[in-house]
Design a protein around this ligand. Structure first.
Ligand code: NPW
Ligand code: ADP
Ligand code: K
Length: 450
């Protein structure tokens, strides 16, 4: 399961706007369909390597893409059959159907399979859940190599409905841009490997997939404070703050102070002298304060959080500090990153609805902070509408303490200065990349090791 890095994501409504902009710029929808069909034909040609191909065409433009692909594959000499779910209904699909000179079988229980099945039944125009009959017809092809055109049929493009496709794809060819459903659970795994055929659509980059992890750049004139100074406030569970402090160091901070009882990491400066937090938080060299790892809700957290908020410094709030800090955050302008997992998100932002992207965007606007909504399908959103979706992440991160590491990495990236959203994106990229290098058996401590 992979998706292209740093690729645009569009909702169905944004895709319609992009199509209209193409038309206004002189590229017709017929031309876009020709390009879409050609991109699909190219991928299918290489996957089939001479094996017979069955293309299933639906009544809309998704089916139109299928007819175009069939024609172009036959021109190349491929052995192609087409089975359709009724007659095409759009003008574009009718024209594509008319240009296919081969036979069109009815798609029903008699349709014989082929080693390669191309699913061009429904894409962005799916308006309701597939019927059980149709689901049954499609499920008969499980086990074949399946290429989905735009989306596996049955998936709702915007990711707001958790409708699962009866026939998951090995490869999905996303047309024009990726769609939220390619990147969000539960549908993303059913897309298999998602490839992008940009087909000349000029897609806005407000929403995109995770860019490649940042390359380490050493500033020859750097000193420890210019690389970023981070203060991690420890609570009663000191191990979590130690993980965050270690992560801040490994993610590039030049100086890390751990406020509260703690042991490792040795290179962090540990200050455990009771009430000096306000003084430390006021240090003008300090670039970010991390509060929340290992700090359950209660009086102690409230006191520490008040100091952190009162300092005016950029903040990373994790775990219980998220809900505790929301009101204060929303009432002012500051650079802040919140890192809730699903449970913390639901507690802090109960009124949000829609897809995970919609909900995370609403939370960012409500809190006036960058929100890193964690999970296998992590979504990062900024109050100004920018979104990065980090699917597929690294599954070995599903282990206790890895969220504390992410909070520390966010602190390091934030302390460098610059935009809080880009800092959060860099931290998530660093976290996934580091986890992928370690692989199976990963424990959170490994992420802060050499
Ligand atoms: N973006 C781009 O730039 C380009 C996009 N292109 C392609 O266009 C695709 C979108 O095409 P589209 O809008 O025609 O919709 P599509 O997915 O074919 O389905 C609509 C049809 O399905 C029907 N239907 C719906 N749900 C159903 C259900 N549950 N069960 C049964 N039927 C159902 C619906 O019927 P109705 O709801 O009206 O009853 C209607 O007839 C897009 O995904 C991409 O492949 C390229 O060609 C060019 C460039
Ligand atoms: N299945 C998964 N695939 C990829 N990443 C995951 C998966 N499960 C969890 N993660 C990541 O692991 C981290 C876990 O954070 P969190 O739940 O706060 O753990 P903890 O509180 O124990 O530190 C998050 O960065 C999350 O995105
Ligand atoms: K499809």
């Amino acid at each position: 399961m992979t998706v292209p890095a740093d690729a645009p994501i569009l909702t169905a409504a944004a895709m319609r706007e992009a199509e209209a902009a193409c038309a206004a710029a002189g590229v017709s929808l017929a031309e876009l369909m020709e390009r879409a069909g050609a991109a699909v034909a190219d991928i299918v040609w290489r996957m089939a390597a001479g094996a017979p191909i069955l293309i299933l065409c639906g009544p809309g433009n998704n089916g139109g893409d299928g007819y175009v692909a069939a024609r172009l594959l036959r021109v190349r000499g491929a052995e192609v059959r087409v089975a359709a779910l009724g007659e095409p209904k759009t003008d574009l699909a009718k024209a594509a159907r008319a240009a296919w000179t081969g036979e069109v079988e009815a798609f029903d229980e008699r349709t014989a399979p082929a080693p390669i099945v191309v699913d061009a039944l429904f894409g962005a125009g799916l308006s309701r859940r597939l019927s059980d009959d149709l689901a049954g017809l499609l499920a008969r092809f499980a086990g074949r190599r399946v290429v989905a055109v735009d989306l596996p049929s049955g998936i709702e493009s915007d990711g707001g409905e958790a409708w699962m496709p009866p026939l998951p794809a090995h490869v999905t060819v996303a047309l024009g841009a990726l769609k939220p459903a390619h990147l969000l659970l539960p549908t993303a795994p059913a897309c298999g490997r998602t490839l992008l055929a940009s087909i000349g659509i000029d897609a806005a980059r407000t929403m995109r997939t995770l860019p490649p992890p940042p390359l380490p750049t050493g500033d020859p004139a750097a000193h420890k404070y210019s690389r970023g100074m981070v203060l991690v406030v420890a609570g009663p569970m000191a191990g979590a703050a130690e993980l965050a402090a270690g992560a801040a160091l490994r993610a590039g901070a030049g100086y890390v102070v751990l406020d509260g009882a703690g042991r490792a990491p040795l290179s962090a400066v540990i200050c455990d002298d009771g009430d000096a937090l306000a003084e430390r938080a006021a240090d003008p060299r300090l670039g970010a304060i991390v509060v929340g790892p290992g700090f359950p809700a209660g009086e102690g957290l409230t006191r520490s959080l008040d100091v952190a908020l009162g300092s005016g410094k950029p903040l990373v709030l994790d775990a219980a500090a998220i809900a505790a800090g929301l009101t204060a955050l929303a009432s002012g302008e500051r650079r802040a990153i919140l890192t809730p997992h699903e449970g913390e998100f639901a507690r802090s932002f109960p009124a949000t609805g829609g897809s995970k992207i919609d909900r995370t965007l609403a939370a960012a606007r409500q809190s006036r902070a960058v929100v890193v909504h964690k999970g296998a399908d992590t979504v990062i959103a900024a109050p100004d509408g920018r979104v990065v979706a980090a699917w597929p992440g690294c599954p070995w991160l599903a282990s206790a303490g890895t969220g504390d590491v992410l909070a520390g990495a966010c602190g390091a990236m934030l302390a460098r200065g610059g935009d809080a959203f880009e800092a959060a994106v860099a931290a998530v990229g660093w976290h996934i990349d580091r986890a992928a290098r370690i692989g199976p058996g990963l424990v959170a401590d490994d992420l802060i090791g050499k």
